[in-house]
Ligand binder design. Structure first.
Ligand code: NAD
Ligand code: ZN
Length: 377
């Protein structure tokens, strides 16, 4: 599967414009790191406050309701804390409703949107920040570079590590027609605050699933045909950190710090490449059955030894070390129509397949083959 980088360059399509080959990506311009750094949030936000009528809106995972973290949020003037459940992944309708609520309640546009939580809350914050300045529904912007106005200042504060949503240029949303990100230069956070202590209470299973999202980003990026030195440098560092976290016996506090940085590097690695087979198939599971991103990736990845032999072998070791039992029979009661939809959604992710298998991917992966894998799940 692995090819050398030069060979890949020859195999890749010749772009029509230089700007298509050399994408000019935004990065997070400011980041604070360190245990306890959450307490600097008030100072960070102060210069961004437009005036007392323009609030900071904190979108916070409701798992923190009645916890000490809420009291540490620097909420002043007419700021508002909105508690949001991460039970389901973010939907375009939910983003639209939040935007409407904010517009109705305040006379001024907010000074900023701050997302505090996992990938679900981070994506919600990115989407709300975009939709406060862009007309219509969030579903109209699912795709690539459809956003044309600068978003509101937005800050991401992860409380669980793995997705890379804190660095990425996308916000993944379930829309009426598709599960697809709003990929744009305005999506990326203006500020990220990485405080490894915030991930202390994460339940073990969830820690594993979201952490494996990061591990799978590395495997898919490093074994993809789009690989280049930029992606490789971040992917290798992230993989090294994942191995320490999931295969070695290190202190819990060290593990939290390392996984937070693995997530960051994993996210950076896919910025200039793509994910692969597990993500394409996990999108199908998510769309039809509502299976969440992290666990969905794990459910698929365990059966991908044909594509990622070494990656799957290590994954099995990690499962064993942490006594994780993946659920079974997830696709057992699917109707034919549901199975077909799942396959169509997965096959619709062309860039992911092209990254995983090369330009001729259609001759390698067929609906029948996908069905065989889904049936095992
Ligand atoms: P999540 O945000 O869905 O949260 C998972 C669970 O962990 C929830 O029950 C949440 O309440 C809980 N949780 C979070 N922090 C906690 C803490 N400190 N203590 C206790 N519980 C805590 O999980 P996730 O895996 O980080 O995010 C998944 C989402 O991220 C999906 O919607 C996926 O589409 C998205 N995603 C986005 C990108 C991107 O680049 N934008 C990349 C990958 C995934
Ligand atoms: Zn992912």
């Amino acid at each position: 599967m692995k090819m050398d980088v030069n060979k890949q360059m020859i195999l890749k399509k010749i772009p029509t414009k230089a700007s298509e080959e050399f994408r000019n990506f935004p990065m997070v311009p400011r980041v604070v790191y360190g245990k306890g750094s959450f307490d600097t949030l008030g100072d960070i936000l102060m210069p961004k406050r437009k005036h007392s009528e323009a609030p900071m809106i904190y979108l916070v995972d409701d798992v923190f309701e009645n916890t000490e973290l809420i009291n540490r949020i620097p909420s002043i003037f007419c700021d508002q804390i909105v508690l949001i459940s991460a039970e389901e992944e973010p939907k375009t309708g939910q983003v639209d409703a939040l935007v409407k609520m904010i517009q109705e309640k305040f006379t001024e546009l907010p000074s900023g949107i701050i997302g505090i939580g996992g990938g679900t809350l981070l994506d919600m914050a990115k989407a709300v920040a975009i939709m406060l300045t862009n007309k219509g529904s969030a579903s109209e912007y699912q795709g690539w570079d459809l956003v044309n106005k600068q978003s509101i200042y937005h800050v991401g504060i992860p409380t669980i590590s793995g997705t890379g949503a804190e660095v990425s240029r996308t916000t993944v949303l379930m829309g009426p027609e598709k599960k697809l990100g709003i990929n744009s230069d305005y999506t990326t956070f203006d500020q990220v605050l990485l405080d490894p202590d915030l991930t202390k209470g994460v339940p073990k299973e969830q820690w594993f699933y979201t952490g494996m999202d990061c591990y799978i980003h590395c495997i898919e990026s490093l074994n993809g045909t789009f690989l280049n030195a930029f992606s490789q440098s971040y992917g290798e560092k992230s993989l090294e950190l994942c191995k320490e976290v999931f295969l070695e016996d290190i202190l819990a506090s060290e593990s939290r710090e390392k996984l937070m940085m693995a997530s960051w590097h994993g996210g950076m690695s896919i910025a200039y490449s793509q994910v692969g087979v597990a993500h394409a198939m996990s999108y199908g599971l998510g769309y039809v059955l509502g299976v969440k991103h992290g666990i969905g990736n794990c459910l698929v990845f365990q059966y991908l030894e044909e594509f990622y032999p070494e990656g799957v072998a290590l994954f099995n070791k990690m499962l064993k070390k942490h006594n994780i039992e993946l659920p079974k029979g997830i696709c057992a009661n699917l109707s034919n129509t549901e199975m077909d939809t799942m396959i169509t959604v997965a096959l619709g992710m062309a860039p992911l397949w092209e990254n995983a298998l090369g330009e001729q991917w259609k001759s390698i992966i067929t609906p029948k083959k996908l069905k065989t894998i889904y049936q095992k799940i």
